[in-house]
Design a protein. Sequence first.
Length: 189
Amino acid sequence: MRLLSSLGAVPRLADGDVLIRRPCDEDADTLLAGTHDPLVREFMQAVFPHPDRESAARWIADVPPRLWARDQAAHFAVVLDGGPAVGWAELVDLRPDQGTAEVSVWLLPEARSLRVAAAALRLVCRFGFEQLELRRIDAYAAADNMPVQVVGAFIGFRRVGHRPGAFRGSRNYALHDAVYATLFPEELC
Ligand SMILES: CC(C)(COP(=O)(O)OP(=O)(O)OC[C@H]1O[C@@H](n2cnc3c(N)ncnc32)[C@H](O)[C@@H]1OP(=O)(O)O)[C@@H](O)C(=O)NCCC(=O)NCCS
């Protein structure tokens, strides 16, 4: 596996009119809105609702570059039609020794139901396989989060496990059952 910190500039990562790029200050409003979105808070763990744009901007300036430099996580803003960011895609828990990572994605409500999620998920997985030479990408979802399971299956993820009560959302910290899916390079479609 290649280390994130060893990569030079990330090449353009686009699929039709969907593009992912490293986050920057102009994505702060999107991050602010995303961390307050009810569905994001229900179905994603450890989402901190930023109190204002400055907090989101500070987080963008600090956390993604730091985790990238430490080879721990690759964060991307999701852009549609060259407009402002409409969501976020990330590879986290990068394990260079095992060649694995975990993927997740969220979109603002206005970008949902447009097939943007599948394109963004495919792009971030392609980055993981082609740029980092990962051997496997994992995805965990709340069992009652059907959209992300449908999107994952659409690009090749295979469900391999079910873990009762393993997932705690960020809205009211309720426990959900979790499903676990994996993707190998040759399965990405
Ligand atoms: C996950 C997410 C990015 C998917 O975005 P999306 O592209 O808008 O996905 P959709 O809502 O269109 O759903 C995708 C598919 O699931 C299907 N679907 C939606 N709800 C469903 C349900 N309850 N049962 C079965 N299928 C369902 C849709 O019909 C669609 O399939 P299609 O494209 O063949 O019509 C978006 O829902 C989101 O941001 N959620 C909050 C954050 C989140 O849960 N992230 C994942 C954490 S693991």
